[in-house]
Design a protein around this ligand. Structure first.
Ligand code: DX5
Ligand code: ZN
Length: 227
């Protein structure tokens, strides 16, 4: 079970301290929500910021590109120290080339689907993925409420996985009240912004979330019948 704090929820004026805080708190990965003000109506971090913060921790940098032209960002983020790079399946016919390029840069390959997008959209790419990100909010902002209708999509993704080894990640509104349902449905990688950076005792919050997720994973529910 991977707990990945999202830097979107960190104090931007103390980003270095926040990276160190997440590292010390026992976070498994650090999740960078990269927004371009076009694919989503918000603007966040560039490759230069990620590069400057890279030396502060040895934890994997999980870069989530919510960008309309990720082609121009893949190499800069790989050079900045990204461990994994995730693009959105909503980019359509460009996805095969993007996934190939991420792999050629020796980064883990991630593909994200937004709440309205059906899981079948990612079926052509299953053999190329290291990470499948099922968005549990509409991308663009932290602190949103978990969209309950996305939970069955996690189960669908888990049933599609079969013998493959890709991780199933969820992102948006993940906290003590929602992580159990996601773990039961088959998620194993959890992006948490508000639920972690909003806590004074981040270590305790990381431990609690991981404990809840692990407890659910031991008693997986039977896969729901596919709609
Ligand atoms: C949405 C962002 C958020 C963020 C996590 O585009 O991707 O999901 O990472 O936000 P919280 O955990 O605060 O809902
Ligand atoms: Zn994200």
């Amino acid at each position: 079970m991977i707990i990945a704090p999202s830097l979107l929820a960190a104090r931007p004026e103390r980003l270095g301290d926040e990276v160190r805080r997440a590292d010390r708190a026992g976070a498994d990965w650090l999740h960078w929500d990269i927004m371009d003000g076009h694919f989503v109506p918000n603007l966040t971090f560039g490759p230069h910021i990620v590069q400057r913060l890279r030396p502060l921790t040895r934890k994997p940098f999980d870069v989530h590109l919510m960008c309309s032209r990720p082609e121009i960002l893949l190499e800069p983020f790989a050079r900045a120290g990204a461990t994994s790079i995730t693009v959105h399946v909503e980019l359509g016919s460009r996805v095969p080339q993007l996934l190939w390029k991420i792999k050629s840069l020796h980064c883990q390959v991630g593909l994200a689907i937004n709440p309205p997008t059906t899981v079948s959209a990612i079926e052509p790419f299953l053999d190329q993925l290291d990470l499948l990100l099922v968005m549990t909010v509409n991308p663009g902002f932290g602190g949103q409420s978990f969209i309950a209708e996305t939970a069955p999509k996690i189960q669908q993704a888990a049933s599609l996985r079969r013998h493959r080894a890709f991780r199933i990640q969820v992102d948006g509104g993940i906290g003590p009240g929602t992580i159990a349902e996601c773990a039961r449905a088959g998620a194993d990688t959890f992006v948490c912004g508000t639920a972690l950076f909003g806590q004074r005792q981040m270590g305790r919050a990381v431990h609690r979330l991981r404990h809840i997720a692990m407890s659910q994973a031991r008693f997986p529910q039977p896969a729901a019948s596919r709609p």
